[in-house]
Write a protein that binds this ligand. Sequence first.
Ligand code: FES
Length: 75
Amino acid sequence: MTDGRRRVRVVPKGPILVEGPVDVQRPDGSVLHCDRFQVAVCACGFSATPPLCDASHRRRRPRKPTGTAEAANGD
Ligand code: FES
């Protein structure tokens, strides 16, 4: 953190990394207190431990574009 400003870094196809310590508010309003120097917030929607990243984004196959033969076959 520099000048009191917290840095947030968006990882392509991955989480949003936030400098900690930070409080993360869940959609239900409850607050998760994170004391780590860096917190990874899930941006892919596949984490089993939302709102935090559990690296599930690494196991997800990239989505195929719609309108292709593979998409029509469900592959
Ligand atoms: S960004 Fe890592 S599990 Fe969603």
